[in-house]
Design a binder for this molecule. Sequence first.
Ligand code: G
Ligand code: G
Ligand code: MN
Ligand code: NA
Length: 254
Amino acid sequence: LTMETQLRRALERNEFVLHYQPQLSLHSGRIIGMEALLRWQHPERGLVSPAEFIPLLEETGMIVAVGDWVLHTACAQNSAWMAAGLPPLRMAVNLSARQFRQRDLIESVNQALQNTGLAPEHLELEITESIMIQDLQTTITTLNQLHELGIQISIDDFGTGYSSLSYLKRLPINKIKIDQSFVRDICTDPDDEAIANAVISLGHNLKMQVIAEGVETLEQLEQLRAQGCDEIQGYYFSRPLPAEAFAQLVRKSL
Ligand code: G
Ligand code: G
Ligand code: MN
Ligand code: NA
């Protein structure tokens, strides 16, 4: 079977799963949200990373159907957790460029919220800088519509693409995610420390929150806290977890 056929079957056979990685506030020390990360539970190969199949989903356009499944599943899970008594958390979902450009994106997002009863402020959509530079006018319109729905918007992998600072000012962005490539050596490389400082100041001056990704050590956490970063995400606190393990971690940390 070709990979494409296998992926089509995976969706039909419900072989995709979401794992959830907690995001920690450096102000309160509490879990305030999570990022939904797609995995493929392959019958023979076990858990397959999205790095291996997202590019093909994008090429074939299947990312729209799979992305819809991700959106619905993540919203349903967040809604179920709240109904089960977990504190309100914000669920971040990755949007690929292709999904962002689909004509009925707003309708899909609205449907996901309606069908699951999730309040829009408990959903965050992660977009990349590449989205911002393609067809700016459409990007502005789409982001404004999402913002009007009450959804949070974050920029993923910030600093690795080609965003113009003037776009940041013109778009309704709530949060910047500092890419893990700048976090890795933040304690030893003065250039990375300077970049993180600049991104944190930029974000705060534009009234945005700043989260650092790929935090693997306490030293990195302390450094980021000292620099005024708002939130962290990374293996230091937790790897992405299956739903039940994530819920247990939240209950344990209450
Ligand atoms: O854990 P990690 O291997 O999960 O993710 C690898 C890459 O796949 C990252 O770039 C991440 O943004 C992307 N990714 C993970 N889940 C999704 C998803 O649901 N949709 C899209 N478009 N990308 C995802
Ligand atoms: O592209 P995006 O930022 O959405 O993808 C996040 C990716 O980073 C996922 O593959 C996720 O599993 C991975 N990740 C999350 N925390 C860490 C970490 O602390 N270290 C490393 N190396 N990767 C991480
Ligand atoms: Mn992401
Ligand atoms: Na990222």
